[in-house]
Write a protein that binds this ligand. Structure first.
Ligand code: HEC
Length: 147
């Protein structure tokens, strides 16, 4: 009788522990989400290879940075760090190259994500974010001071 009770007890404990671990993993795990890009110039279907909002400059670039800041916080900060300052588990996006060189690398990675041994280390954002949102986020990270 005692043993049976003990077994039930330890099974319950294991389940609790399991639930707790699950909780830890999901804590702060913000679901990726689309970004409202109202006010930004809409872009042609074919992807640009250079940040169109930086090229447009002025108000468009400023608005893109603002929209990009919240898009970044919702979708990228949990891996790439708050305010685009890397917390260590993913590269610091302020360190990407400036200009078209950096843009091309950036857009490819964001669209396709990154997988290793069949597991995604970074999800592909092609189905989550619009092109406008992706370039808005680039506008934000590329204007964050490098220190
Ligand atoms: C689940 C974690 C995770 C999320 C969320 C995530 N990334 Fe990443 N990202 C990574 C990792 C890990 C790498 C490194 C891959 C590698 O080794 O090349 C990476 C690499 C990159 C790179 C290439 C950086 C370089 O120096 O080569 C870019 C650009 C990038 N991410 C942009 C983004 C953007 C923009 C978002 C949000 C829309 C985002 N990532 C969301 C984990 C993540």
């Amino acid at each position: 009788m005692r043993i049976k009770l003990l077994l039930v007890f330890s099974a319950a404990l294991a389940m609790l522990q399991f639930a707790w671990v699950g909780n830890v993993f999901s804590h702060g795990d913000v679901q990726p989400q689309g970004v409202d890009t109202e006010g930004l110039q809409t872009l042609p279907e074919e992807f640009a290879s250079e940040n169109p909002y930086r090229l447009a400059g002025g108000e468009q670039y400023k608005l893109a940075q603002e929209i990009g800041a919240s898009g970044y916080n919702q979708n990228c900060a949990r891996c790439h760090g708050l305010e685009a300052i890397s917390g260590g588990i993913a590269p610091d996006l302020r360190m990407l190259e400036d200009g078209e060189f950096g843009d091309e690398w950036y857009i490819e990675r964001v669209r396709k994500g990154y997988s290793q041994n069949g597991a995604y280390k970074m999800p592909p954002f092609d189905l989550i974010l619009s092109q406008e949102a992706m370039w808005a986020i680039r506008s934000y990270t590329e204007t964050r001071p490098r220190e």
